[in-house]
Write a new protein. Structure first.
Length: 179
Protein backbone atom coordinates (compact mmCIF):
# COMPACT_ATOMS: atom_id res chain seq x y z
CA UNK A 1 0.00 0.00 0.00
CA UNK A 2 1.25 3.41 -0.94
CA UNK A 3 1.65 5.88 1.87
CA UNK A 4 1.57 9.50 1.10
CA UNK A 5 4.66 11.45 2.25
CA UNK A 6 4.74 15.15 2.94
CA UNK A 7 7.74 17.44 3.19
CA UNK A 8 7.90 20.61 5.19
CA UNK A 9 10.43 23.42 4.81
CA UNK A 10 12.96 21.70 7.14
CA UNK A 11 13.32 18.57 5.07
CA UNK A 12 11.21 16.54 7.49
CA UNK A 13 9.36 13.72 5.83
CA UNK A 14 6.21 12.66 7.52
CA UNK A 15 3.48 10.19 6.89
CA UNK A 16 0.03 11.38 7.73
CA UNK A 17 -0.23 11.38 11.47
CA UNK A 18 3.50 10.76 12.09
CA UNK A 19 6.62 12.96 12.21
CA UNK A 20 10.17 11.66 11.78
CA UNK A 21 13.51 13.12 10.71
CA UNK A 22 15.35 11.33 7.94
CA UNK A 23 18.61 11.79 6.07
CA UNK A 24 16.65 11.52 2.88
CA UNK A 25 15.20 14.71 1.39
CA UNK A 26 12.34 14.24 -0.96
CA UNK A 27 12.13 16.08 -4.27
CA UNK A 28 10.33 19.39 -4.10
CA UNK A 29 6.81 19.69 -5.31
CA UNK A 30 6.06 21.15 -8.75
CA UNK A 31 5.48 24.69 -7.40
CA UNK A 32 8.69 24.65 -5.38
CA UNK A 33 10.59 23.21 -8.38
CA UNK A 34 9.47 26.07 -10.64
CA UNK A 35 10.52 28.69 -8.07
CA UNK A 36 13.89 27.01 -7.46
CA UNK A 37 14.45 26.65 -11.21
CA UNK A 38 13.66 30.35 -11.75
CA UNK A 39 16.13 31.36 -9.01
CA UNK A 40 18.83 29.14 -10.54
CA UNK A 41 18.26 30.55 -14.04
CA UNK A 42 18.44 34.11 -12.75
CA UNK A 43 21.59 33.53 -10.77
CA UNK A 44 23.45 31.74 -13.60
CA UNK A 45 23.90 34.77 -15.89
CA UNK A 46 22.55 37.99 -17.34
CA UNK A 47 19.28 38.38 -19.12
CA UNK A 48 19.20 39.53 -22.72
CA UNK A 49 17.92 42.97 -21.68
CA UNK A 50 20.80 43.42 -19.24
CA UNK A 51 23.32 42.49 -21.93
CA UNK A 52 21.76 44.90 -24.45
CA UNK A 53 21.73 47.77 -21.92
CA UNK A 54 25.37 47.09 -21.03
CA UNK A 55 26.36 47.03 -24.70
CA UNK A 56 24.56 50.32 -25.36
CA UNK A 57 26.32 51.96 -22.41
CA UNK A 58 29.76 50.63 -23.42
CA UNK A 59 29.10 51.65 -27.05
CA UNK A 60 28.10 55.18 -26.04
CA UNK A 61 31.18 55.65 -23.89
CA UNK A 62 33.35 54.16 -26.64
CA UNK A 63 31.93 56.50 -29.28
CA UNK A 64 32.48 59.54 -27.05
CA UNK A 65 36.05 58.46 -26.37
CA UNK A 66 36.72 57.82 -30.07
CA UNK A 67 35.30 61.22 -30.98
CA UNK A 68 37.54 62.95 -28.44
CA UNK A 69 40.65 61.09 -29.63
CA UNK A 70 39.82 61.79 -33.29
CA UNK A 71 39.40 65.50 -32.54
CA UNK A 72 42.77 65.55 -30.79
CA UNK A 73 44.49 63.82 -33.71
CA UNK A 74 42.96 66.26 -36.21
CA UNK A 75 44.06 69.25 -34.10
CA UNK A 76 47.57 67.79 -33.82
CA UNK A 77 47.81 67.41 -37.60
CA UNK A 78 46.70 71.02 -38.09
CA UNK A 79 49.37 72.24 -35.67
CA UNK A 80 52.04 70.13 -37.38
CA UNK A 81 51.02 71.50 -40.79
CA UNK A 82 51.06 75.09 -39.50
CA UNK A 83 54.53 74.56 -38.03
CA UNK A 84 55.78 73.07 -41.31
CA UNK A 85 54.37 76.05 -43.25
CA UNK A 86 55.98 78.55 -40.87
CA UNK A 87 59.35 76.83 -41.14
CA UNK A 88 59.08 76.69 -44.93
CA UNK A 89 58.06 80.36 -45.09
CA UNK A 90 61.10 81.33 -43.02
CA UNK A 91 63.38 79.35 -45.33
CA UNK A 92 61.76 80.84 -48.45
CA UNK A 93 62.08 84.42 -47.19
CA UNK A 94 65.72 83.83 -46.31
CA UNK A 95 66.38 82.32 -49.74
CA UNK A 96 64.54 85.08 -51.63
CA UNK A 97 66.65 87.79 -49.98
CA UNK A 98 69.56 86.53 -52.09
CA UNK A 99 67.51 86.59 -55.33
CA UNK A 100 67.74 89.74 -57.46
CA UNK A 101 64.29 90.07 -59.11
CA UNK A 102 65.63 92.52 -61.69
CA UNK A 103 68.04 89.89 -63.06
CA UNK A 104 65.91 86.77 -62.40
CA UNK A 105 62.25 87.80 -62.50
CA UNK A 106 61.14 84.15 -62.72
CA UNK A 107 62.59 80.97 -61.33
CA UNK A 108 62.28 77.93 -59.14
CA UNK A 109 64.25 76.25 -56.36
CA UNK A 110 64.04 72.92 -54.53
CA UNK A 111 64.28 72.61 -50.75
CA UNK A 112 64.12 68.82 -50.30
CA UNK A 113 60.54 68.15 -49.18
CA UNK A 114 59.14 71.11 -51.11
CA UNK A 115 59.96 73.45 -53.96
CA UNK A 116 59.10 77.01 -54.89
CA UNK A 117 58.37 78.97 -58.04
CA UNK A 118 58.39 82.75 -58.19
CA UNK A 119 57.47 85.50 -60.58
CA UNK A 120 58.43 89.12 -59.99
CA UNK A 121 56.72 92.17 -61.50
CA UNK A 122 58.06 95.73 -61.15
CA UNK A 123 56.14 98.06 -58.85
CA UNK A 124 58.19 101.16 -59.64
CA UNK A 125 60.19 102.48 -62.56
CA UNK A 126 63.94 102.00 -62.51
CA UNK A 127 65.76 104.83 -60.76
CA UNK A 128 69.45 105.61 -60.38
CA UNK A 129 70.96 104.87 -57.02
CA UNK A 130 72.35 107.81 -55.06
CA UNK A 131 75.77 108.03 -53.42
CA UNK A 132 76.70 110.96 -51.19
CA UNK A 133 78.44 113.34 -51.94
CA UNK A 134 78.96 112.47 -55.62
CA UNK A 135 75.27 112.06 -56.56
CA UNK A 136 74.54 109.22 -59.02
CA UNK A 137 75.48 105.69 -57.92
CA UNK A 138 76.62 102.64 -59.87
CA UNK A 139 73.25 100.82 -59.75
CA UNK A 140 69.71 101.20 -61.03
CA UNK A 141 67.07 100.19 -58.47
CA UNK A 142 63.42 99.17 -58.61
CA UNK A 143 60.88 97.59 -56.28
CA UNK A 144 59.33 94.26 -57.33
CA UNK A 145 56.23 92.46 -56.20
CA UNK A 146 57.31 88.80 -56.07
CA UNK A 147 54.64 86.08 -55.97
CA UNK A 148 55.94 82.77 -54.62
CA UNK A 149 54.14 79.43 -54.82
CA UNK A 150 55.38 76.72 -52.42
CA UNK A 151 54.62 73.16 -53.52
CA UNK A 152 54.96 69.74 -51.93
CA UNK A 153 54.97 66.51 -53.90
CA UNK A 154 51.54 65.59 -52.52
CA UNK A 155 50.13 69.15 -52.58
CA UNK A 156 50.89 71.18 -55.74
CA UNK A 157 49.60 74.39 -54.18
CA UNK A 158 50.75 74.14 -50.57
CA UNK A 159 50.75 77.90 -49.86
CA UNK A 160 51.54 81.24 -51.53
CA UNK A 161 53.64 84.17 -50.40
CA UNK A 162 53.97 87.68 -51.76
CA UNK A 163 57.12 89.63 -51.02
CA UNK A 164 58.28 93.10 -51.99
CA UNK A 165 61.93 92.91 -53.01
CA UNK A 166 64.48 95.41 -54.27
CA UNK A 167 65.94 94.69 -57.68
CA UNK A 168 69.25 96.19 -58.73
CA UNK A 169 71.53 96.22 -61.76
CA UNK A 170 75.00 97.68 -62.15
CA UNK A 171 74.87 100.22 -64.99
CA UNK A 172 78.02 102.28 -64.48
CA UNK A 173 81.66 101.54 -63.82
CA UNK A 174 83.55 102.79 -60.81
CA UNK A 175 85.05 105.57 -62.98
CA UNK A 176 81.66 107.33 -62.96
CA UNK A 177 82.09 108.01 -59.23
CA UNK A 178 85.53 109.60 -59.63
CA UNK A 179 85.53 113.43 -59.18
Amino acid sequence: MHKRLLQNCYGVVAAPGRTTRTAFVAAPSHDNFAAASKKRRHSLGFTLIEVIVAMVLVGGVGMALFSWINGSVVALRRVEDANARNEAASNIIEYMQAVNPMLTPEGHAEFGAYQIQWKAEPLTDRVDGVVNPQGVGLYELSLYKTKINAMKTDDPSWFDLTLTLVGYKKTRGSQALAP
